[in-house]
Design a protein around this ligand. Structure first.
Ligand code: ATP
Ligand code: MG
Length: 629
């Protein structure tokens, strides 16, 4: 099918288009109205329709594919692999749902899930969906403070956790973090359910609050918990954004629109049919994990591979060996992960039979050209950059090989996804900019199915955060973009990441792209700092591929970076200073924390660091800055 034609229909006749797409899922009661947009910017899809995410992800497949693998959970941390069929998944989810009911969790109640990538995290999510409880998965790597903030926002009836997580063989007990978070929270949950893997059992239980999953699981036996049919626009789950730009926002998702978006994208974007295998390397705690480890592949009747562990453990070939073993068709990962693999030899990829693998999708942050080229050449398969946000829940810009495989253009996540009415507009005038001109990427409401409904219990913040940047009612992505002559969109960075050097506006992304193309560079972050003469100047923080490089090699690398920028973007963009560090500060989701770098470089407070991955990286930066002055 022709992308252009299908896309046009999705935009010109959204109601007819989505009415047809809605048939991809099971409805207990058909929608009475496809779209209600009487209260902009809020919109409701498939109004009056009743459905259930768990039913669509599990029950619906029992007859045809009960014995097919639904979920494969591989942990190179515990050494355990679990292969779970749809029938087994159905049994486990029902049991988990019965346990939730015993703990007085009912429709509309929130359940915080604070777990690593393990099978029970998926059971718990689906069990919540089954009984109409609203899950809020909090990434297991977050500290007590982050967890407490999310507990206070969601006010859960129950918190589900594991005895421990593990990272690179180091066991991280979760219980003390949960106890601390509950102590800090204003409204701690009445119950904490602990799923133990025997990693760290010797933890004191709090009487009346803490319950063991294994005990309750044995008590409920083979339970049969009826599906709760929800109106399409009831909340299904909450998920907080990464917090790269500040305090995370509690994104609220619906039921029907999300299910339809998931079902559609499995075919049109990820080109993965029932019975085929998708492997997403994400953590279930992120948006990609929710959509492409859990809901979409299962709603699509596929096999979903979930992985716990480092990409280089036991060796950098682990993901490719899983692709070979399970016949993965669609692999989904992030540029950060590929940059880690890029430090190792391509033989780790080439030594595997990847004949079943059709695509590698990458999302989450800019995919720089050197990384894209390296992995494309190593794999010999299309590497598809796709752009989205926790808010959108599924790709906003992408290629759609399931529909129409357009040529990959490096550096671009492609075209608007179906139903997404996107423009690049001038920040000041709000006018659509011409080809190859920078502007803000916006979505014209109503937002398509799959995207957020609102910010949890904060409609005001929803409007203020996204819809109040222009005169017209537009959803601002808060990202800069350009569109080339052929309609490919390129993301240039966040709107707060633009540098103004003597009146020239430069996207940090453009400079980073050039700097990272220097052979010595592993990764780079560019920020603008105040300068008396020019207003702002760009400075670079970079890690080198050779961590052991001596002072001479580091100086040489720094000069190479400056020269490369001169040559590609002109002297105006030349970094005023280059700092070589051993690690860059990132969020737990792998995004560069440029705002903190910028603050430190200007001698200011680095701001909200709650989602910072490795505090050591900031110390590195502080040291580098101190050394130069
Ligand atoms: P917060 O909104 O709390 O500051 P965040 O924006 O980092 O956090 P996410 O929703 O996880 O939280 O990330 C979405 C952002 O990631 C996008 O707005 C964009 O800046 C970046 N991004 C995602 N995919 C891509 C991509 N393919 N290319 C470039 N940037 C991307
Ligand atoms: Mg964001």
């Amino acid at each position: 099918m022709d992308y252009e034609e299908v896309y046009r229909r999705s935009i010109d006749e959204p109601e007819a288009f989505w009415a047809e797409e809605a048939k991809r899922i099971h409805w207990h009661v058909s929608p009475q109205q496809i779209l209600d947009y009487s209260n902009p910017p809020f919109r409701r899809w498939f109004v009056g329709g009743q459905t259930n995410l768990c039913y669509n992800a599990v029950d619906r497949h029992l007859e045809e594919r009960g014995d097919q693998l639904a979920l494969v959970v591989v942990s190179t941390e515990t050494g355990v692999t679990r292969e779970i069929t749809y029938r087994e998944l159905h049994r486990e989810v029902n049991a988990f749902a019965a346990v939730l009911q015993r703990l007085d969790v009912a429709r509309g109640d929130r359940v915080v899930i604070y777990m690593p990538n393990m099978a029970e995290a998926v059971f718990a999510m689906l069990a919540c969906a089954r009984i109409g409880a609203v899950h809020s998965v909090v990434f297991g790597g977050f500290a007590a403070h982050n967890l407490a903030l999310r507990i206070d926002d969601a006010e859960p009836e129950l918190l589900i956790t594991a005895d421990a997580g593990s990272r690179g063989g180091r066991v991280i007990p979760y219980k003390p973090l949960v106890d601390e978070a509950c102590a800090r929270a204003k409204s701690p949950p009445p119950h904490v359910l602990i799923v133990s893997r025997g990693l760290h059992d010797a933890q004191p239980r709090i009487d009346g609050r803490d319950v063991d999953y294994a005990t309750l699981r044995a008590e409920v036996g083979d339970a049969d918990v009826p599906v709760e049919w929800l109106e399409s626009n009831e909340p299904s789950y909450l998920l907080y954004t990464s917090g790269t730009t500040g305090k995370p926002k509690g994104v609220q998702r619906d039921v029907g629109g999300y299910a339809v978006a998931m079902a559609q994208s499995m075919r049109t974007i990820f080109d993965c049919a029932p019975g085929q295998v998708m492997f997403s390397t994400s953590d279930v705690g992120w948006a990609v994990g929710h959509s492409y480890n859990v809901y979409a592949p299962l709603i699509g009747g596929c096999t979903s591979v979930l992985y716990e562990g480092l990409p280089v453990n036991p060796d950098p070939g682990i993901w490719w060996s899983l692709c070979e073993k399970y016949g993965v068709r669609t692999l989904f990962s992030s540029p950060t992960a590929i940059r880690v693999l890029k430090k190792h030899d391509v033989s780790h990829i080439r030594d595997h039979d990847l004949s079943q693998l059709a695509y590698l999708f990458l999302a989450g942050e800019p995919l720089d050209e050197p990384t894209a080229t390296w992995i494309s050449e190593a794999l010999g398969k299309p590497v598809i950059d796709n752009y989205w946000q926790t808010e959108t829940g599924w790709p906003a810009l992408t290629l759609l090989p399931g529909l129409d495989m357009r040529p990959v253009r490096f550096g671009s996540p492609g075209f608007p996804n179906l139903g997404y009415r996107m423009k690049v507009i001038d920040e000041g005038t709000g006018e659509t900019v011409g080809p190859n001109q920078k502007g803000v990427l916006v979505i014209e409401p109503p937002l398509p199915p799959g995207c957020m409904s609102t910010i949890w219990r904060d409609d005001r913040r929803f409007i203020d955060s996204y819809f109040s940047h222009f005169n017209e009612l537009l959803y601002s992505s808060l990202d800069w973009a350009i569109r080339d002559d052929d309609g490919y969109t390129f993301i240039l960075g966040r709107t707060d990441d633009v540098i103004n050097v003597a009146g020239h506006r430069l996207g940090t992304r453009e400079i980073e792209e050039v700097v990272s193309s220097c052979p010595a560079v592993a990764e780079a972050a560019v920020i603008g700092v105040a300068d008396e003469l020019k207003g702002q100047v760009p400075i670079v923080f970079a890690t080198l591929r050779d961590m052991a490089a001596d002072a001479g090699a580091r100086d040489q690398a720094a000069r190479d970076m400056q020269r490369a920028v001169d040559a590609s973007l002109g002297a105006v963009a030349r970094p005023a200073r280059v700092y070589i560090v051993n690690a860059l500060p990132k969020t737990r989701s792998g995004k560069l924390l440029r705002r903190s770098l910028q603050a430190l470089a200007q001698g200011q407070d680095p701001g909200d660091l709650s989602t910072l991955d490795d505090p050591g990286a900031l110390d590195e930066v502080r040291r580098a800055l101190a050394g130069s002055d």
